[in-house]
Design a protein around this ligand. Structure first.
Ligand SMILES: [Zn+2]
Length: 210
């Protein structure tokens, strides 16, 4: 039974929700109300309660995947407003804010986890109803998001973990130890050395002397 459609809130995904009038009244409608106020975590809680009572509800499963996706999407747009933790400064210089990189990698993990939950819910629907084109299209969309994010966070992680191994653990300026996890550092490639690493303040002092 098709009792409502996601078109009103989703825009892009016009998926008919299959659920009973009781599911609609107690879970779908209250969840949509939360979603209208952009409280996707609240909406997901309502849907999860519904799934505890009606584990096979296709409509609720789809809403679960949709709200997981919306949560991932809002973390992702929040991240895009932050300054980039790894920034090329030109002339072979790369600035890395360790604390922020760590924080961002943690947020990436959260996104990947909720997108994984979204995919799991979709797979449950497709087991029951394998030829649902809208749901299949939504899964393809989530898949592409997951791949893109996976690549992005992998690139960041590799830069973050490999560069210190190459550059060593001591600042060229003050000769003191560097805490890559918490400090902001600058990597510089010079013709005479392999790769130098500086504390950001030490690197700035160098600029002032020249
Ligand atoms: Zn230093």
């Amino acid at each position: 039974m098709v009792c409502s459609s996601l078109a009103a809130t989703a825009g892009a995904f016009n998926v008919p929700l299959k659920c009973t009038p009781e599911e609609t009244k107690h879970f779908v409608e209250p969840a949509m109300k939360e979603a209208e106020g952009f409280n996707f975590t609240g909406a997901l809680e309502v849907v999860n309660d519904g799934l505890n009572a009606h584990p096979a509800s296709e409509g609720l499963l789809f809403l679960r995947s949709y709200f997981c996706y919306k949560i991932a999407d809002s973390i992702s747009s929040e991240l895009s407003t932050l300054p980039q933790p790894i920034q090329p400064l030109g002339e072979g210089v790369l600035m890395v804010d360790g604390a922020m990189t760590n924080q961002m990698l943690g947020r990436f993990q959260e996104i990947v986890k909720v997108l994984g939950d979204a995919e799991e819910a979709i797979n449950e629907i497709l087991q029951v109803n394998p030829h649902n084109n809208e749901v299949t299209a939504f899964r393809a969309y989530i898949d592409s998001k997951l791949q893109k994010l996976g690549q992005e966070s992998e690139n960041m992680r590799v830069t973050f973990t490999n560069t210190p191994n190459i550059a060593g653990g001591f600042c060229v300026g003050c000769r003191k130890n560097i805490s890559f996890d918490t400090q902001t550092v600058v990597f510089r490639k010079t013709p005479s050395t392999q790769l130098e690493v500086w504390h950001l303040p030490c690197f700035k002092q160098l600029g002032n002397k020249n």
